[in-house]
Design a protein around this ligand. Structure first.
Ligand code: NDP
Ligand code: 2IT
Length: 443
């Protein structure tokens, strides 16, 4: 058995109950372990053993009062995974499914994603099993305040800078920022995704979705394919899905689906700007369900995921493991030519190997969804400078960062007739982090 297989087995035995984390490690080792084993610089330093262990994990109790005055208890987490190239950086997820395995997979992927942006950010992730769905604004505020009361002891603008993820948007970031400022008496860039009038960056709300489509466009152009008139299936209808949809429409594609955890809408006429505005209001203001779109615009709503639809391009933008090997086969049968991950790890490893063996263009999230954290990095720079850049300035920087990530993937992932973007992203991200770890010695 190869020593990389042995190493994977060791990690599996140590963390046998952490299936999502093991899945992310396996995908990473598949491309990085063979690279490390033949490298004089990296092979003898136990770097892989070191890189799969978080520097620190913080777990805490979060008590809060609901609107009836009853005390509720949730679990809070922050995984501070790797600070070799900068302060820990990564989102907070509030969703009932949150556990340590999910946050470790997200924190692990964040290390390499952040490295790919070229900005000085380490990797981290956190969150809670708190479910914001169905809670009043006051309940969400009391939860956020209690969560930040503990988290504030462990973060700081040069230590660890959280942001949003599933269930954490502008509202939650606002409540957490207000509480941090009150506890520390310090107005500082400790969170990103802030509203523009108190320290946020223009284009941060749009950044993950726009960045995804910039990366997709770059990947298609590199293969002499145009986005124009391509039929796109998108899953999710939250932050990432909304702005991926907006940019795809702007570049001339036709988006035919959006979804949430109840099912998906299929709009054969395509989602236009007016319909998308309805979705953004529905999801961010009324906090309603995507099935309402079907009633409003007279199209169909189905349970499940949209991967059985006839489409040229699939953009999974909801959650982990939402696209499995059966879905991958259906997409290929329907002549889908490209998949780009807006969500983190939405495709199972089995689905990815089906894409690879059929030479379908496949962009892994740590490359294609890096636009969100990239603009978070730009928000940190603006906060340090006490300046605001214009929309155009931030958007141009975002587009250049996504082009550069694409270039790195090609540089490290290209073989004769196929670009393995998974391999390219993993190796390029690893080199940057590993070099910094070596420079900083045995710490
Ligand atoms: P939002 O909370 O804004 O939206 C999440 C969307 O995904 C909703 O439509 C939600 O449906 C759906 N969803 C969530 N959980 C599930 C589930 N278990 N099954 C089916 N659908 C589900 O989150 P974001 O748009 O911010 O995040 C989406 C993905 O993108 C996540 O994987 C996140 O990690 C990733 N990401 C986000 C970035 C950001 O900047 N926000 C940056 C990079 C990646 P419902 O409302 O029914 O729960
Ligand atoms: O997964 C991600 O990259 C995010 N949720 C964004 C993290 C950030 O710090 O902006």
């Amino acid at each position: 058995m190869s020593s990389s297989k042995n190493f994977l087995i060791k990690v599996q035995n140590k963390h046998s109950h952490e299936s999502e984390f093991l899945q992310a490690v396996e995908e990473f080792l598949d491309s990085v372990a063979p690279f490390v084993l033949v490298s004089d610089k990296y092979k003898s330093r136990n770097l892989l053993e070191k890189i799969v262990e978080p520097e620190r994990v913080i777990i805490f109790r979060v008590p809060w009062l609901d609107d009836n005055g009853d005390e509720k208890i949730n679990i809070g987490y922050r995984v501070q995974f790797n600070s070799a190239i900068g302060p820990y950086k990564g989102g907070l997820r509030f969703h009932p499914s949150v556990n340590l395995s999910i946050l470790k997979f997200l924190g692990f992927e964040q290390i390499f994603k952040n490295a790919l942006t070229g900005l000085p950010m380490g990797g981290g992730k956190g969150g809670s099993d708190f479910d914001p769905k169905g809670k009043s604004d006051n309940e969400v505020m009391r939860f956020c305040q209690s969560f930040m009361l503990e988290l504030s002891k462990h973060i700081g603008s040069n230590t660890d800078v959280p942001a949003g993820d599933i269930g954490v948007g502008a509202r939650e970031i606002g409540y957490m920022f207000g509480q941090y400022k009150r506890i520390k008496n310090n107005f500082t860039g400790v969170l990103t995704g802030k509203s523009f009038n108190w320290g946020g960056s223009l284009i941060r709300p749009e950044a993950t979705g726009y960045g995804l489509v910039y990366f997709l466009n770059e990947m298609l152009s590199f293969h002499d394919i145009s986005m124009k008139n391509k039929k796109i299936a998108i899953s999710g209808s939250g932050n990432v899905a909304q702005f991926a949809c907006q940019k795809a429409i702007e570049l001339g594609a036709k988006v035919v689906s959006l979804s949430d955890s109840s099912g998906y809408i299929y709009d054969p006429l395509g989602i236009d700007d007016a319909k998308l505005k309805y979705v953004i209001d529905l999801k961010t203001i009324r906090r309603g369900r995507i099935s309402e779109y079907a009633d409003q615009f007279n199209c169909e709503f189905f349970e499940g995921t949209p991967w059985g639809l006839d489409c040229d391009i699939a953009l999974p933008c909801a959650t982990q493991n939402e696209l499995n090997e059966h879905d991958a086969k259906k997409l290929i049968q329907n002549n889908c030519i490209a998949i780009a991950e807006g969500a983190n790890m939405p495709c199972t490893n089995e689905a990815i190997s089906i894409f690879n063996s059929n030479k379908i263009l496949f962009a892994p999230g740590k490359a294609s969804n890096a636009g969100g954290v990239a603009v978070s990095g730009l928000e940190m720079s603006q906060n340090s400078l006490r300046m605001n850049w214009s929309k155009e300035e931030v958007d141009t920087k975002l587009s250049n960062i996504m082009k550069n990530i694409h270039r790195l993937c090609v540089e490290h992932g290209k073989s004769n007739d196929y670009v393995d973007y998974v391999k390219g992203a993993n190796i390029a991200g690893f080199i940057k982090v590993a070099d910094a770890m070596i420079d900083q010695g045995a710490v």
